[in-house]
Ligand binder design. Structure first.
Ligand code: HEC
Ligand code: HEC
Length: 142
């Protein structure tokens, strides 16, 4: 019985293997119609544009970064952003502290240690630029 099931699964897997490429050809990504192995066309780094006060468009929007950030590396061993924005450094560095929400632990209380779910800052924060949207966006805050 097990053998029958196994061969049935193998047949299914093989037939999927043959139908997959036609499906993949229909998919269009932001990378364009490039072969998987060919390098993507990397766009120029957009110019930094700092506006005096960049309003947040909705409650709890991560604020944009008003300074250059491409050299501030984040790795397993170090996080340059924390050198200025961490609770224990921000006063000395005269930088705003990362939001209190970033220090809420598993117990739901604010502590002194960054919640590791917030470690990769640029997952949510990006530098202000003069760049065009990659896809059309009609969102308005009012
Ligand atoms: C050398 C210190 C320094 C480093 C490193 C640094 N920042 Fe900043 N950051 C500042 C200062 C100072 C400000 C206040 C605005 C200003 O003067 O540019 C600021 C402002 C910000 C703000 C805006 C806060 C608000 O309330 O609008 C965000 C978001 C931010 N930084 C995120 C980051 C991230 C993410 C990194 C790492 C990729 C980083 N910063 C690295 C000093 C730093
Ligand atoms: C999961 C998304 C997320 C990650 C990751 C994240 N942030 Fe934020 N950040 C936010 C949001 C949302 C806000 C605005 C509301 C708040 O404070 O929670 C914010 C606010 C801030 C502010 C402004 C605080 C204020 O008082 O207005 C700073 C500075 C900041 N973050 C820095 C950082 C740094 C540095 C890191 C990395 C160590 C980081 N953030 C990681 C979402 C994130």
């Amino acid at each position: 019985m097990k053998k029958v099931l196994f061969s049935a699964l193998m047949c299914l897997a093989v037939s999927m293997l043959f139908t997959a490429p036609t499906k993949a050809a229909e998919v269009k990504s932001l990378r364009g119609d490039l072969e998987i192995m060919s390098p993507a066309n990397v766009p120029d780094l957009p110019k930094l544009e700092v506006v005096d006060k960049f309003e947040r468009n909705f409650k709890s929007q991560p604020p944009l970064i008003p300074h250059k950030s491409e050299k501030y590396n984040i790795s397993l061993n170090s996080n340059k952003c924390l050198k200025c924005h961490d609770k224990k450094n921000y006063k000395e560095e005269e930088a705003p502290m990362a939001g209190p929400s970033h220090y809420i632990g598993a117990d739901g209380k604010e502590g002194d240690k960054l919640n590791m779910g917030r470690y990769f800052c640029n997952q949510c924060h990006v530098t202000q630029t003069l760049s065009k949207e990659l896809v059309e966006n009609t969102f308005t805050s009012k």
